[in-house]
Design a protein around this ligand. Sequence first.
Ligand SMILES: [Zn+2]
Length: 326
Amino acid sequence: MRSMLKRDLRILAYHQVLSIAEPDAFAFDLELISASEARFRKQMTLLRERYNPIRFGDVIRALESGTALPPRPVIVTFDDGYDDNYRVAFPILRELGVPATFFVSTGHVQSGLPYAYDWFVHVICRSAPGQLRIAALGVDCALPATIAQRRELAMDLLDRLKSLDAQAQQAVIATLEQEADLPRTRGHADCKPMNWDQLREMQAAGMEIGSHGVWHRMLAKLPPSEMHQEVHQSKQMLDGELALPVTTISYPVGGLDAYNEAVIESAKAAGYTLGCSYICGTNSLPFSAAFQLRRLPVERHMDEAWFEAMLALPEAFTYPSRHRAD
Ligand SMILES: [Zn+2]
């Protein structure tokens, strides 16, 4: 059992790496902060010392040549593409010699617009006091007073929002930002996507870039033509803008309602070799499910002991996460 687990590929999933002075006043989704800068450095140091951090490219080469991966292989991944990945995480990764893969949504890279789910939370945190009405979610309630309370409410509503089809989700967010007069085009430093130059620099330094769709939409909840567009266009754009072709896609949100067989077929047709879910678990080699790779989400409340234990005994941590998969 123990030796078997050592050969399993562990894929860590991060979002933002950010140190927040006042978490209570943070007007975005706190759960998307995977670690502070200091904690991230400790986590990467542990990987360097006890595991073999590799890239998806190494996995693909091993699969193609039939050779084995190094013992205790780990891949570090980031979803969404927040610019703190470049500012905070990348210098640490480069310094410690740990490669990582950054899954970015090309529409956001191109436009610089904040991500829709983040903006949904932000608008609820920052709206003028008054009544919150969202008919599609059956919401009609007074907005709480503090940001912390509003964030709690927003997280709850975000879970409900994600059960709608992707177009209805988009409509709810567009109406909300319009009514609150907080358009996404305003942007915010705490929710800024990386740009092409940053991605090119990271790729040139040995980091991998992968696809996270165009507009971070739940692919299985889109009409087929739009789903194909998200899967294909994001790859075309990344391949056109970056020096190396993209091999791997991470399905936005990533739970069982976010991708399905049609999405996987579309990803294969688009030319991807691997696909990542946000479902908790490790991957035994050779893969039987190369397009449904499981990951181990890293969350900000995990201290060093927890992180170490999760990597050592991932089967103890493969709980059905209550967290919305982002
Ligand atoms: Zn995401």
